[in-house]
Write a protein that binds this ligand. Structure first.
Ligand SMILES: [Zn+2]
Length: 75
């Protein structure tokens, strides 16, 4: 099992997610992000806006996912 924080996954807080695979941790992070979004948490809303800006570039999503996956693998 490996642990990454919300921040390490492009979020805004130090909440930790633990999972065996990157796919699992991505799901946990997404679920948490949605909860924070629904709660109107400003820090997470800002992080999501920044992420959306970042994703305008071609291939940015793939690049971002690869970076996070490499980080997960290196833990
Ligand atoms: Zn968070």
């Amino acid at each position: 099992m490996k642990t990454m924080t919300c921040k390490q996954l492009g979020g805004a807080c130090d909440k930790e997610f633990t999972a065996a695979t990157f796919e699992e941790i991505a799901v946990l992070s997404k679920k948490h992000g949605k909860e924070m979004f629904d709660a109107g948490d400003q820090l997470h809303l800002n992080a999501m806006t920044a992420m959306r800006e970042l994703m305008h570039e071609d291939g940015a999503m793939e690049k971002w996912m690869k970076e996070k996956r490499d980080l997960f693998d290196s833990l």
